[in-house]
Ligand binder design. Structure first.
Ligand code: SF4
Length: 485
């Protein structure tokens, strides 16, 4: 019987907190309840049946429920709320067996402590957020950097062991806080050196310098010409799709050539790549097409009189259709703004229509190839091999992961596919992420698993604090064997 007034020592991570009665440890995950060390958050169970019309919603018990914590192969024990073990050679907190279609399966469940982890953030926006390699800061501390942009998106690489452990104590703490908030799909304000301030939240539109982004570009300027060229034929003589990366010019582009659009004498600034495709027409910014311009004519040189003629009609538009303007050449072959003709309205609206909603995506990346494996088996490389050979299924809070090829177990997971608040932290500093390894029981025995710690899932204590959720219908059911028995 525990002494209810005793201080208890938590040994779930290297911090080894001494916790007084009624209080929690430094990470708020463990508490002293009347002299007993308890995990504060309930164990999360996923139910596969009766998908109730939405992802990860609270599960409604069936009337004939027999009271068991786990019903069988329809219930998956996630690592959320399962707890951690330290040092790593201790068997994982839950090693549970379940019969699935006549096959004995085992799931090893633990909350892993990740010093080697981070998030990759994809921000759907044309607007320039910062130069590649520029530092990204939270609360003034460096927490990551801008990495290579992708199609229609700016990318950030945040966290990692360098920021968690290699800087000042404050840098490590703020990095950990930032990763935790982003992984739990909370909003975080980030500032980029010599760039923008952006509020990022997984699954929500980015807010760049106080303005909510709405659209993700249909394509680069060249692609936009390639998609819409036939829709401009006969309605306008020239189209320029302004883009910080690849500005497209209809009359010079192969799409225009195939439609027999004649030269217009247009002359672009920037560097010509291939016909009708120009790089560096301006500087990056938050104006037209991710450039710094507000006047599109600033990217043109005077028209060539050999091909240009007074009255020539020209549309200039951005890659999202957010900006557009119409011009006609005057007698001196200078473009003069004219009222936007209704005949072109539909084509600009079509560009906008083809833009998807701008969102932020947050993908957690962690390395489970280290000491965490020792809680699964006394021969860790066997686990690595089993995962890479597709025998053991790795899930994160029941959500599917992408496994990196090569050595170790480096995985990525879309944080919106996990139940809410699935991630935690310890002040070492490091992130705590739920992780489950599911495999046939025979394979577990063969890899040197802790067979004397395997217990039937149905025997778990129904009085244990727990939370039932219906599994997200678009997540594969994690208990399904990856290979035929
Ligand atoms: S930080 Fe949390 S897990 Fe680590 S010893 Fe303290 S209470 Fe336990």
């Amino acid at each position: 019987m525990a002494d209810p007034l005793a201080t208890v020592r938590c040994d779930a991570c290297p911090v080894m907190c001494n916790i007084r009665p009624g209080l929690t440890g430094a990470c708020d995950r463990y508490a002293n309840s009347a002299g007993e060390l308890v995990r504060v958050d309930p164990l999360v169970l996923l139910e596969s049946t009766l998908a109730q019309g939405g992802p990860l919603v609270a599960f409604q018990s069936e009337p004939d429920w027999d009271g068991r914590l786990v019903r069988g192969a329809d219930t998956f024990v996630t690592a959320i709320g399962a707890g951690t073990t330290y040092p790593d050679y201790k068997p994982a907190p839950f090693i549970v067996s379940t019969e699935v279609d006549g096959v004995d399966m085992v799931t090893v469940v633990t909350e892993g402590v990740f010093s080697y982890c981070g998030v990759k953030v994809k921000i759907d926006t044309d607007r320039h957020l910062g130069a590649e390699r520029a530092l990204v800061r939270a609360q003034g501390e460096p927490v990551g950097h801008v990495t290579t942009g992708e199609y229609g998106s700016q990318m950030l690489s945040l966290g990692g062991v360098g920021h968690l452990t290699g800087g000042t104590k404050k840098e490590g703490r703020v990095t950990c806080e930032t990763l935790l908030a982003l992984s739990n799909a909370q909003a975080v304000e980030l500032t980029i050196d010599d760039g923008a301030t952006v509020i990022v939240q997984a699954g929500a539109a980015p807010i760049v310098n106080g303005v909510a982004e709405t659209k993700m570009r249909v394509g680069c300027g060249s692609a936009t010409i390639g998609i819409f060229a036939p829709q401009w034929l006969g309605k306008v003589d020239e189209v320029v799709v302004v883009d910080d990366h690849i500005t497209g010019v209809l009359s010079e582009h192969q799409a225009g050539k195939l439609l027999d659009i004649p030269p217009t004498g247009i002359r672009m600034r920037g560097r010509r790549s291939t016909p009708g495709r120009y790089f560096q027409v301006a500087h990056p910014g938050t104006g037209w097409g991710g450039t710094d311009i507000s006047d599109p004519l600033s990217i043109l040189d005077p028209f060539d009189p050999k091909h240009a003629r007074p009255g020539l009609r020209m549309l200039m538009v951005s890659t999202t259709g957010e900006h557009s303007a119409y011009y006609e050449l005057d007698e001196a072959l200078r473009p003069v703004a004219r009222p936007f003709p209704s005949v072109l309205t539909d084509s600009v609206a079509r560009i906008s229509e083809n833009c998807e909603p701008a969102l932020c995506s947050v993908v957690f990346i962690g390395g489970a190839g280290g000491s965490l494996r020792a809680g699964v088996t006394d021969n860790p490389v066997r686990l690595t091999q089993s995962v890479s050979h597709g025998v053991t299924r790795l899930t994160c809070g029941g959500a599917p992961v992408y496994l990196w090829p090569g050595g170790g177990i480096t995985f990525m997971v879309d944080v919106t596919r996990l139940p809410e608040n699935a991630f935690g932290y310890v002040p070492t500093p490091a992130l705590v992420a739920p992780i489950e390894f599911t495999m046939p029981l025979a394979q577990y025995a063969a890899m040197g698993g802790y067979m004397d710690h395997v217990r039937p899932a149905a025997s778990l204590d129904p009085a244990a604090p727990h939370r039932r959720l219906s599994a997200a219908p678009d997540n594969p059911w994690p208990l399904t064997p990856l290979i035929a028995p």
